[in-house]
Design a protein around this ligand. Sequence first.
Ligand code: NOJ
Length: 541
Amino acid sequence: MVSDSYLWWRHGVFYQIYPRSFMDSNGDGVGDLQGIIDRLDYLVELGVDAIWISPIFASPMADFGYDVSDYKGIHPMFGDMATFDRLLSEAHRRGLRIVLDYVPNHSSAEHPWFIESRSSRDNPKREWYIWKDGKSDGGPPNNWESIFGGQAWEWDATTRQYYLHLFLPEQPDLNWRNPQVVQAMHEVLRFWLDKGVDGFRMDAVMLCMKHPDFPDNPPVQDQSAWKRIGLTLEPVYTVNRPEIHPMLRAFRQLLDQYDGDRVMIGETWLFELDELVEYYGGELDEFHIPFNFLGTVQPWESGALQAAISAYYNALPTGAAPNFVFGNHDVHRMATRFGAEHHRSAGMLLLTLKGTPTLYYADELGMQDVDIPPARCVDPWGLNAPDLNIGRDPQRTPMQWDRSPNAGFSPAGIDTWLPVAADYGKVNVAVQRNDPESTLQFYKALLKLRRELPALHRGSFAFVDQTTPGVMAYLREADGRRLLIIINFESKEQQVDYSLLGKTGKLLLSTRFVSPTEVSMSALTLRPCESLLIQLMAHVK
Ligand code: NOJ
């Protein structure tokens, strides 16, 4: 039984679908909405609560959908509005929520708004984007850099001004200081909310407000996270400006006018915790879930991870809902980053920490990054910066459904948009469904426990002092039921003693699969890389 206090976005599990790669129903080598509909039963069987779908809107696909040319239209490659409506009702019928991507910082250069804006300096839409004269020597207005490499200004020969693009030149930045833009983009939110979508993941929101005076950005700091992605300047005048917060509060007020617990999720790449938690809003009136990406940068090391998780919990404002992301379409897959042997333990951690977890499609299979031959690389960021290991194709390859050619993603003989992983014969849904000890079965068992046990989806959290190096342990508790999670970060067997917590416990799940059994808390053996989920006996204080 699921408890009454099960609030879907706070206690449930999100599953991110990269729509180009989930299921191709029409045999063109690219995933589509009908494909998602066809696989909804799989998501129910898996046991997730909500799906977030990366952009499905009309787009020239310069950045694979993050360059939107019609915010209220579906790309024909994905289907049409009738198919979207069916997806929404079929998902809701099964109790699954649908969260869409909302891309406010920039549109496509092919959006009619930008086509008008660039047509002449006195076009009514000129101020919908950010246009500036060059410097007296003809160079760009300032030194701002694009996140994807190179300068952030593109010269427009027709109107003889530069426009700003913090990503590709094909992605001009909208001018959020223009009330007409605010109104038009609010209408976009209303359009989808009126249809009944359950919320939005808001793309690159921290970039929407630029410093009004357009000063030069200073050189990047040595320890800066921005340096890792190749920036040479610290984007202090382009990212995380204070004016973003009123803009987010207005989004939130708009969402709050709708019934049904609509959720607002922010793509907040911030590792300074005081900055990150500001995105909840002073009155918890901005994002419900400002994505916490610490799990995408931390190594698989118990001490460092424990310190990072503690610091995160301690930084949260009262009442704020914690959340964790370990992988997505922009970063290497968790099985690759943490190592295949630790993948199930990473899943145990992600799904038993206190907070809303977001899984990335195929994490439940233990799918790895795929080596993409240079001739097949398509990600514009990777192509711009080949030496930085930031190309995103490896984590975006087709979902592996079965052992038929193209892994059951596309029909045999079709060239899929990215190559299918070579290991698809073994790593796929059909094979793992029939193997009681597979990674898929592990995730299904874990998701089931997470849903059924209030201690896991809404219980308190406390680390247990640990004396064995390389072992992390924590307690989750609700309604008098206490669970202990123990994770062995080492590739060797370890003995641990938790007799302080009681004499015996009931082992509910191990990453190595054993049937539920009673265990002695004073002499627990952790096999290499193994994690355990143990229910402590009720009478123990
Ligand atoms: C963040 C998205 O997650 C990424 O995929 C995209 O390229 C940029 N924002 C630009 O929209």
